[in-house]
Ligand binder design. Structure first.
Ligand SMILES: Nc1ncnc2c1ncn2[C@@H]1O[C@H](COP(=O)(O)OP(=O)(O)OP(=O)(O)O)[C@@H](O)[C@H]1O
Ligand SMILES: [Mg+2]
Length: 224
């Protein structure tokens, strides 16, 4: 599925990054330092309003820091917290087509669409109009779009927030499989509020007071 991805290992590096929104003088992100230099399943937790979504927007360049350096070499895909902020097309197939950034045959396109829809538990939804999808189904469609986009680094902002337990587990296992693929592992950075999800991570960190803690193994991680 991902055999045509760039072979280079993607990385992200934050050096003393500070950021505040114009209407708020206080720094939301303050001298934040971290790196993700190898593929795997990376997870971040933090309280409501601690700046998790803002951190992802800094990583993919939607916003720029006032101070510090965001250095990244990665082909980044993004799953936003609210799927309605992301979906543009009228049905599942056309939304997925919009995210295929490769020149491949019609046959291969159909195969990939079927594969990613199955990975998120939406088999048979190809022709479904987006306006008929539930919130959780829309969320799964945006994850399928990230998978089909052939990126090597995916940012997922609370991707299971609208999902029931069955769909949550399916999506978690899909990302886990892709990030632990022996030949061509994906890098995924996943924001969550659901602590049971941390067990799937290779490394976990907490965003607090504008600062990201060091990466910990899930078994050593204690949330303050
Ligand atoms: N465009 C914006 N302009 C001004 N303030 C903003 C903007 N976006 C977010 N904020 C504020 O920045 C703070 C952090 O927001 P952010 O969405 O990054 O937090 P979060 O950790 O993702 O929260 P949640 O857990 O609720 O998703 C909040 O106080 C929010 O109101
Ligand atoms: Mg958020």
């Amino acid at each position: 599925m991902r055999d045509s991805l760039e072979n280079k290992i993607p990385y992200i590096h934050f050096k003393d990054v500070s950021f505040s929104y114009p209407i708020n003088k206080e720094n939301l992100i303050l001298k934040c330092n971290f790196s993700i230099k190898k593929p795997g399943f990376w997870m971040i937790v933090g309280k409501n309003g601690s700046g998790k979504s803002t951190l992802l927007k800094l990583i993919n360049g939607i916003i720029k820091p006032q101070n510090g350096i965001v250095d990244s070499k990665a082909n980044i895909g993004m799953v936003f917290q609210n799927p309605d902020h992301q979906i543009l097309m009228p049905n599942c197939r056309s939304e997925l087509l919009l995210n295929i950034n490769q020149n491949i045959s019609c046959y291969e396109i159909t195969q990939r669409i079927e594969y990613v829809l199955d990975q998120v538990g939406l088999s048979g939804f190809e022709k479904r109009p987006v306006h008929t999808l539930s919130g959780g189904q829309k969320q799964r469609l945006t994850i399928a779009c990230a998978l089909i986009s052939n990126r090597n680094f995916i940012l997922l902002d609370e991707p299971t927030a609208l999902l029931d337990q069955t769909s949550q587990l399916k999506v978690l296992k899909t990302i886990k499989n892709l990030t632990s693929d022996k030949k061509n592992p994906l890098s995924a950075l996943w924001i969550t509020h659901r602590y049971e999800e941390l067990n799937y991570a290779d490394a976990v960190a907490e965003l607090k007071n504008g600062f990201l803690s060091s990466w910990q193994k899930p078994s050593n991680f204690h949330y303050n």
